[in-house]
Design a protein around this ligand. Sequence first.
Ligand SMILES: O=C(O)C[C@H]1C=CC(=O)O1
Length: 99
Amino acid sequence: MLFKVEMTVNIPSSLPKEQVEEVKAKEKAYSQRLQREGKWPHIWRVVGQYANVSIFDVADNQELHEILTALPLYPWMEISVQPLCAHPSSIYTEQTSSK
Ligand SMILES: O=C(O)C[C@H]1C=CC(=O)O1
């Protein structure tokens, strides 16, 4: 199942700089592992914001929930999720509906 996920990060300025760098390094490693596994095929920076738009390719809602709640930056993120299906005009996806 494909999902569009938007993540906005708000790290409080009170968090010690060393802790912030440690969490960001863990986040990068975690994200890159999931990208290599094919579960996180797209991640794009939103211009001018500490935010990303991502596409996840996972088995179901439960798997996505587990992946997102395990993000090292999760405690400081606002996350929105939208499930996706094939677009009828796409030349890349199989057609199951004309709508
Ligand atoms: O920077 C971000 O957008 C937040 C987060 C998502 C992946 C990652 O490495 O950091």
